[in-house]
Design a protein around this ligand. Sequence first.
Ligand SMILES: Nc1ncnc2c1ncn2[C@@H]1O[C@H](COP(=O)(O)OP(=O)(O)OP(=O)(O)O)[C@@H](O)[C@H]1O
Ligand SMILES: [Mg+2]
Length: 264
Amino acid sequence: MLRRNGSCAGSPSEGAVEQPAEFGAPRPKFRIKGLTKLSESGETILAGVNMDIPRGIIVGIIGPSGSGKSTLLRALNRLWEPPAGTVFLDGDDILDIDVLALRRKVGMLFQLPALFEGTVAENVRYGPALAGRKVSDAEVARLLGLADLDPSLASRNGSELSVGQAQRVALARTLANDPEVLLLDEPTSALDPISTQNIEDAIVRLKKTRGLTVVLVSHSLKQIQRVADVACLVVDGEVVEMMEPSDMARAHHPMARRFLELST
Ligand SMILES: Nc1ncnc2c1ncn2[C@@H]1O[C@H](COP(=O)(O)OP(=O)(O)OP(=O)(O)O)[C@@H](O)[C@H]1O
Ligand SMILES: [Mg+2]
């Protein structure tokens, strides 16, 4: 069902009229159309990315350093403003969605976690408090557990945590907003293998139980093969392959072959 060059089943061809969801393939969670970004000096960072991100699946993004993976991810919750008519969430141009509402729906975890000042529990309660919702102690404990943390950490100060613990608090904080989409930018690069596996399990469980859509940038092809339903290869600001992770060996792009040979 997957084809090369960023198109997958359900992508309309150029100029095609989009079918209402009830008449054809389900509408993708995200649709990205001709997304381009240039640096201030005019260099191409994203070169007209076209891709659909189907709802309720895990899309793994892999590609060399500097190829534009984080830039692509950051467009999806407007950490930079993509041009109008290039990024759609549930059919709506994300520029037409209130930015805070968008970020509650589309949570993000960065390569390096940044906690707010205060305790772990205060961090977890932050997002819902902005929306006027109080999170109980039991709910804080449940969210910490989802992120593979012991609930006893709730009263600790965020600044006392290891990078790996802080990353998991950041995951719990993001999940507290009950997001529909999780954007994960190398979320396990600071974690030990056991925590990595627990976080991977949690992500897969959230997909299965809550229908969460996940976009996971990872340098580990093995991680993509463990958790993702679709693998997407980004090279020089372009999506050059989209395929089932187990099919990577059939990829055409030479960079895909390099990743396979060097995969860890
Ligand atoms: N704000 C910016 N201004 C200018 N150039 C930028 C900016 N942000 C990113 N870039 C450049 O865009 C390119 C893509 O960067 P990006 O961070 O998206 O890559 P990446 O694929 O996530 O890399 P890595 O695997 O190392 O995290 C790089 O050449 C980077 O230097
Ligand atoms: Mg990056």
